[in-house]
Design a protein around this ligand. Sequence first.
Ligand code: ATP
Ligand code: MG
Length: 423
Amino acid sequence: MSKTISGIRGMNDVLPADSPRWLHFEAVVRDWLAAYGYQQLRTPIVEATALFVRGVGEHTDIVEKEMYAFEDSLNGEQLVLRPEGTAGCVRACIEHGLLYNQTQRLWYTGPMFRHERPQKGRYRQFHQVGVEAFGFAGPEVDAELIVMLADLWQRLGLTGLSLELNSLGDAAERAAHRAELIAYLEQHVDILDEDGKRRLHTNPLRVLDTKNPAMQAMAEHAPKLSDFLGAESHTHFERVKALLDDASIAYKLNNRLVRGLDYYNRTVFEWTTTELGAQATVAAGGRYDGLVEQLGGKPCPGVGFGIGIERLLLLTEAQSVSIPANAPDVYLINDGEAAGRAAFKTANALRAAGLKVVLHAGGGSFKSQFKKADASGARFAVVIGESEAEVGTANLKRLTGDGAGEQITLPQAELAARITATA
Ligand code: ATP
Ligand code: MG
């Protein structure tokens, strides 16, 4: 026998035992997004490398060290497996003229790829639900997105998530702050670790985002962006907070929250949990009014967020959220050639009546078929043996719930009505 080939490190299979959790999540998410009027956008997984260098930022973790970038061996194009969804969403909107004189509320979902060290809640292929709104300059949509997430936690049965909030101001305010921050960091250069030194001049805000304990006090006393906000940014932020207060959403202001990506301005936020160790952020987002222009479109405000699906599903497990079972209604037991044909026909008739039916295939004793019926979680076993097949009847046995164990014999044609009548 030849050697087996394994999957790729950090890229997971979702097995049948876990897929009900995913399916349930996806169903909840669709209803949730429909409730707010968001429409789905589907873009390819592969994009041009340049899109992320320009759209995420050259000096970000993603672009510096996490991208699956490769050259198309057939035509030499520089490509990447997308590390995030916003840049591709903006690209598609520009390309198809979706932003011209109109607003858009959009969402997408799918795999993202980042070459990180795999651990619980951090993978090399992971999945996001992304939501982006374009053409809205005011604070309402910032608040809408945050409130939507609080609603999603409730729809999923999750509790205990906390919201952190900050405002990054506009480009000029950030530039003024940046200059002072760089001067401050230069004074403390001996405290900076390697990442800190590297980012001092490229992405100084990120230096403050450090997890290095030796740098905490220095970061704590650094010039605060909030002190640089002008009147408009200030008003915008105050109105976001007022709308959250009206919706009774609690938040913690965190003036060191800067987000990993370069393009944010004004509102930024993260929803975190204490139940997943270091992988604490389950959803994160903010406003990025400069990104559309940065990617070659006409200026157009944008605001959005990404949800890490694996982390959310881990949280539903940690909180023992019950997932609706995906069991069949009927397991159809049969034995013999004529019975097999009758069972095949009956299974299709029951499905046409809206029931979920597993047809036993491959023979075996009634006893072993009944074991499989029990294991399937089906509410009913329908048994068609040779004698039932001859006269057009079936044996209907209740397997679960009230009346489990009871059985009756009835015409095959009456099965659907009988089963449907029993909730
Ligand atoms: P982190 O600080 O945890 O690396 P990030 O700031 O890089 O997160 P974003 O780019 O904002 O993450 O992506 C949005 C969400 O996607 C994150 O909040 C997280 O829930 C999820 N996420 C990001 N990277 C991964 C990963 N490698 N594996 C699983 N989920 C991830
Ligand atoms: Mg990251």
